[in-house]
Design a protein around this ligand. Structure first.
Ligand code: C2E
Ligand code: MG
Ligand code: MG
Length: 396
């Protein structure tokens, strides 16, 4: 039995609820409609892959539902819809993200079939490969199980390709952590990171992903694929003054050049720890290790801070890239980020390229590199080798 993603739509207008449900069913979902916000808490369950939420309903507003979902610790992908203008949708999206919810897109009424269909297609399954033999409901693993999994090698990186816009050549991969869970299949980064935080093992997790990525990078190179690996660092790590030396030693051990890794740190996390981290960041750059500022546009960096930290790359947050075609404000942020990155001498990478039109748009805006489902989803290391071979064969 193939795992079917589950969707719940909450909209007081029955026509819209049914429309969303029908599109979802055509996209391979099991879908349910609720028209009554009061009933929502009794129909919602935490194994729902996608929740589509109308922000404007009589008697309640979507914000209350957002609060409810946050209190449940929801991992569902959320799509917000509204008849309001884009500004209100933005604020609601921001609020939901601050609550730790995963908003994968916003839609303004009237909803366009194609836009909804695309969002549904890209929504990750909460449990991407629930075991055939085990149709039981997903239960979030606990900390003890996580600690064991980290020791047993179940927590591993998958790798997502990055292409040069101009040549379409593979220039690097980003390592993204996954839990290959024996019972639930491949579990997403968000869940792994939550558990690592709860267990106070974020540093250990990051070091494990880093080590595994270096081993993988060496294997690829031995098989004829020389590529750069981007690794997501928790901002805390840069407070450790030993990190530059440790990295240098690890690179030496795996016979890799410093130019073969790039360390990504999210804008919002880094800015809180900036002063303590500057020493480490500067020494890393002096050792030839590149730094990338991730999810740019979602944090609060000032221009002075950007100037002080020796970044060589800027990654535009995927929320802006995904919405750039449909939302003028997102487009403006994308344009300004590309300009700013280039003015500061950085390479600009767009993540969240999901279709050809977004590719064409970012290419025309002068963005340097692309990452997104349109190119490939994150995949295990051995699959990446095969992917890279067929990709380079197709380019010739
Ligand atoms: P990130 O570093 O910004 O990584 C990009 C995220 O966007 C990944 O989510 C990737 O799967 C997703 N993505 C890529 N292309 C598309 C697309 O076309 N459409 C959509 N909708 N999404 C796309 P993922 O793997 O769930 O990771 C989420 C975040 O978790 C990462 O965001 C990163 O901040 C963090 N993370 C992942 N692995 C690690 C790790 O090993 N250590 C640390 N500290 N953080 C990690
Ligand atoms: Mg990243
Ligand atoms: Mg990012």
């Amino acid at each position: 039995m193939k795992y079917r993603k589950r969707l719940l739509v909450l909209d007081d207008e029955p026509d819209i609820g049914e429309f969303v449900r029908d599109v979802a069913i055509e996209s391979g979902y099991d879908a349910m409609v609720s028209a009554d916000p009061e009933m929502f808490p009794s129909v919602y369950t935490n194994d729902m892959d996608v929740v589509v939420l109308d922000l404007m309903m009589p008697g309640t507003d979507g914000i209350e539902i957002i609060r409810f979902l946050a209190e449940c610790g929801s991992n569902s992908s959320i799509i917000l819809i509204s008849g309001y203008n884009a500004g209100v949708l933005h604020s609601a999206q921001e609020l939901a993200s601050e609550h730790g919810l995963h908003v994968i897109g916003t839609l303004t009424k009237p909803i366009r079939y194609v836009e909804l269909e695309q969002l549904l297609e890209t929504a990750p399954a909460l449990i991407t490969a629930r075991r055939k033999s085990d149709p039981g409901l997903f239960e979030k693993p606990g900390i003890d199980e996580f600690i064991e999994a980290l020791e047993n090698g179940q927590i591993i990186p998958h790798y997502q390709p990055q292409l040069d816009f101009a040549s379409r050549a593979l220039i690097g991969v980003e390592a993204l952590v996954r839990w290959e869970h024996p019972r639930w299949g491949v579990l997403p980064a968000g869940l792994v990171l939550d558990l690592a935080r709860e267990a106070d093992l974020l540093g250990e997790l990051t070091t494990s992903v880093l080590n595994q990525s270096l081993i993988q990078c060496r294997k690829w190179q031995d098989a004829g694929l020389k590529t750069l690996v981007a690794i997501n660092m928790s901002a805390d790590i840069f407070k450790d003054l030993q990190i530059p030396k440790m990295l240098e030693d690890e690179l030496y051990k795996h016979r890799l050049d410093p130019s073969q890794i790039i360390l990504e740190v999210t804008e919002s996390a880094l800015m809180q720890e900036l002063v303590k981290s500057l020493d480490t960041l500067t020494r890393l750059r002096m050792k030839g290790i590149a730094l990338s500022i991730d999810d740019f546009g979602t944090g609060y960096s000032s221009l002075v801070q950007l100037h002080r930290i020796p970044f060589s790359e800027m990654k535009i947050d995927r929320s802006f890239v995904i919405n750039a075609l449909s939302d003028e404000e997102a487009l403006a942020i994308v344009k300004i980020t590309i300009m700013l990155g280039h003015e500061l001498g950085m390479k600009v990478v767009a993540e969240g390229i999901e279709n050809q039109r977004t590719w064409d748009l970012l290419l025309s805006l002068g963005c340097d590199a692309a990452q997104g489902y349109y190119i490939a989803k994150p995949m295990p290391g051995d699959e990446l080798l095969m992917w890279a071979r067929s990709h380079s064969a197709a380019l010739i």
